[in-house]
Design a protein around this ligand. Structure first.
Ligand code: AMP
Length: 221
């Protein structure tokens, strides 16, 4: 399954709920990159400037990174035996353009793990900007909080670990505009690609609760 949505549309939130409720193994390309940046790895050093400008990281780097991660996620699932409820894996934030989508198609065609659901998350733009500005994250896990409607139990601290929350450096109005532009120009057109494959479901709502209710009722098309 893939989650596709503008920055701030709630991909991370929906992913966390699906993992909690259905046992999906999930991979967020943004979280993965942020871990590389935090650990100052060669990948992190190559990606950091693109991310701070709100631009897409080059495809060659992204594809290598994601295909490797996806393969190891698949291996873990295989060695763990059957996944509860028949759930599979979930990608959030990848693919972001046509080259990445075609590379994912090829990778999946070579394996035994077909894509059977692509969910497009649609939230009004004015709601999204407000969300981005009041979003705090627990960087090591990717857990997301919103000071308005989903605050942490203790101010400034992650509910699970008690560690401090931070704001993403790209969650500011200027970088947000660049991220939104990248989404509209290169990611949104991918929806047609998945519509043609007959796997696309489009969900709309102003809150993650409303969207999650629809998501739970969305069988593969
Ligand atoms: P996200 O957490 O999904 O909003 O991603 C944060 C940033 O990481 C993006 O603005 C991009 O700079 C980079 N990024 C994440 N996923 C990708 C991808 N699939 N391709 C290129 N860049 C990506």
């Amino acid at each position: 399954m893939l989650l596709i949505g503008a920055p701030g549309a709630g991909k991370g939130t929906q992913s966390a709920r699906l993992q909690r409720d259905y046992g999906f193994a999930a991979l967020s390309s943004g979280d993965l990159l942020r871990r590389h940046v935090a650990q100052n790895t060669p990948v992190g050093r190559q990606a950091a400037d693109f991310m701070s400008r709100g631009e897409l990281v080059p495809d060659s780097l992204m594809i290598r990174l994601l295909v490797t991660e996806l393969a190891s996620m698949q291996e873990e699932q295989d060695s763990a035996g059957a996944v509860p409820n028949g759930a599979g894996w979930l990608l959030d934030g990848f693919p972001r353009n046509r080259v990445q989508a075609e590379s994912l198609d090829k990778t999946l065609a070579a394996g035994e793990s077909p894509l059977n659901l692509v969910v497009s998350l649609n939230v009004p733009d004015e709601v999204i900007l407000e969300r981005i500005l009041s979003r705090w994250v627990h960087a090591p896990s990717g857990r997301v909080y919103n000071l308005g409607y989903n605050p942490p139990l203790r101010s400034g601290l992650d509910d699970v670990t008690g560690e401090p929350l931070t704001q993403r450096p790209d969650d500011n109005a200027d970088v947000f505009r660049a991220r939104m532009r990248a989404f509209r120009e290169t990611t949104e057109p991918l929806l047609e690609h998945y519509e043609r494959q007959g796997v696309l479901v489009k969900l709309h709502g102003e809150t993650s609760d409303v969207i999650y209710d629809q998501l739970r009722q969305s069988p593969p098309p």
